[in-house]
Design a binder for this molecule. Structure first.
Ligand SMILES: [Zn+2]
Length: 117
């Protein structure tokens, strides 16, 4: 995934939500990113810290990332296992008839302002 493209996508969404809610500045944005989504967190944060300054609404917004564990399902033995540890081959039965249950997510979980008052 292209981190800069993702960053602009997030900022666009944040702007829209802020406008809808009459919020001038956002304090933080929390993303949910799956372990195997291909997004490199350090690069995403670098992009964010550069791009956020271009918009008034995001210029002070901190980026938070929640990592979601990737899980793969085996069709042969119906087992579930951690994708990062074992890849496409089932550790229980050795089958390669497996598919990703979750871990490919990229969601905006929360767009927030700190309540100082
Ligand atoms: Zn299996």
């Amino acid at each position: 995934m292209h981190e800069l493209g993702v960053t602009f996508y997030v900022i666009k969404d944040v702007k829209k939500v802020a406008e809808e809610n009459n919020v001038k500045q956002i304090d933080y944005v929390t993303l949910e990113i799956g372990e195997v989504s291909g997004v490199i967190h350090e690069q995403l944060i670098d992009c964010w810290n550069w791009a956020r300054k271009k918009e008034e609404v995001t210029q002070n917004a901190e980026l938070k990332i929640d990592t979601l564990e990737a899980i793969t399902f085996c069709e042969d033995c119906k087992g579930e296992y951690r994708t990062v540890d074992h890849g496409k081959i089932c550790p229980y039965c050795g089958s390669d008839k497996t598919y990703l249950l979750r871990g490919n997510e990229f969601n905006i979980k929360e767009i927030g302002i700190y309540d100082d008052n």
